[in-house]
Design a protein around this ligand. Structure first.
Ligand code: RAM
Length: 349
């Protein structure tokens, strides 16, 4: 019988979905028998998801997908634990507790690539498989990283969009999440490299990088501060769903609406009104539920021992088909999609 334990505050919508996942598993009976690759039977195993933070709408969509897929994959139990803030060391106590409770797989979106490593090492020694998702750990500290999108593609699509929106020239700023987040920093590094090397962007100047810590209020204030400090700013890239929504809210009622371009990575359901009212022209993302689903299926393959995280190995991610482990133990979920007035109503997440 599939059960879900949640040991920290989180949304009720997610719990309702977890129940739906549990019901669908009971209906099909789950998986039977021992691990095919010399590992453990997934039907006896528990998976624990540790997101960057619990109070993040993006995280909710990822975890909904993860819980459903954990049930489909045949896990006996899925747990969701995590901090309410995305600070560097906030996940350590949760990792330790899950390790002591004997979880078989930890799926973690790291707030800091190194701060979680000691605790993950102990969990691994205690027998848990470690899958990073969304934001990687130091590669030595996990078996696999499920990356929502190729990091360079994520960076380039955001630069393309801002360049189109400001006519290829002007001053831009980046409003990120936390300063230690692996995913954010990798995207920003690729953006800076591309700005410095691609002649197409020689007239675009990055004048500031600020951090809203994936908190709505702080992100809103950082957006306001950016415009005060740089009144001649032409555009903002916010590669975080929390940051882009807060910045859009600020711009939508400010004198800068329609004048200062805003793009980045956002949830269509949070951004719809800002696209319709002319604050935002176009932004991008992928389907976060697929990230959760591929993560749960990768954890199953690791627990059963059919993969170990070596490049070239393959596993089946349920309905999402076969996935191959790339160099560095990375599995990529899919390409980014651009959302604008023409297609935003086709998406519901
Ligand atoms: C925020 C988080 C997350 C990132 C998305 C795009 O919710 O920073 O890590 O992947 O945005």
């Amino acid at each position: 019988m599939f059960t879900t334990r949640v040991r920290a505050r989180r949304t009720t919508g997610l719990m309702a979905l977890a129940t739906a996942g549990a019901l669908s598993l009971s209906a099909c009976g789950g998986s039977e028998g021992g691990g095919e690759g010399g590992g453990e039977a997934v039907s006896d195993a528990a998976i624990t998801f540790i997101p960057k933070q619990l109070n993040n709408p993006y995280t909710d969509v990822v975890l909904n997908g993860g819980e459903e897929a954990a049930a489909e994959a045949g896990f006996a139990e899925a747990n969701i634990v995590g901090p309410l803030d995305a600070s560097a060391s906030s996940q350590v106590t949760f990792i330790n507790a899950e390790s002591q409770a004997g979880t078989d797989a930890i799926a973690i979106a790291a707030n800091d690539p190194d701060a979680v490593c000691g605790a993950l090492g102990q969990a691994s020694e205690a027998g848990a498989k470690i899958v990073a998702f969304d934001s990687d750990t130091n590669p030595d500290c996990r078996d696999l990283f499920v990356n929502q999108v190729n990091a360079k593609d994520a960076a380039l699509v955001q630069l393309e969009m801002i360049s189109e929106q400001i006519g290829g020239e002007g001053k831009i700023a980046i409003l990120s999440a936390t300063a230690n987040a692996t995913n954010q920093n990798e995207w920003i590094r690729y953006m800076e490299e591309e700005l410095a090397s691609n002649p197409e962007y020689e007239n675009i100047e990055l004048v500031a990088k600020v951090y809203g810590d994936d908190e709505d209020n702080k992100s809103f204030q950082e957006a306001q501060g950016l415009l005060q400090a740089h009144p001649d700013l032409d555009g903002i890239i916010s590669p975080t769903t929390v940051g882009i929504a807060a910045t859009a809210r600020y711009l939508s009622t400010s004198e800068h609406k329609g004048d200062v371009a805003l793009t980045g990575l956002g949830l269509p359901n949070e951004m719809r009104s800002f696209v319709k009212d002319g604050t935002v022209t176009e932004f991008a993302l992928w389907d976060p539920a697929q990230l959760g689903a591929v993560t749960a299926q990768a954890a199953k393959a690791l627990v059963e021992g059919t993969i170990t995280g070596e490049a070239g190995e393959t596993f089946t991610a349920g309905e999402l088909g076969e996935r191959t482990v790339e160099e560095g133990g990375v599995v990529v979920v899919g390409p980014p999609t651009r959302f604008n007035a023409e297609n935003i109503d086709d998406y519901d997440f």
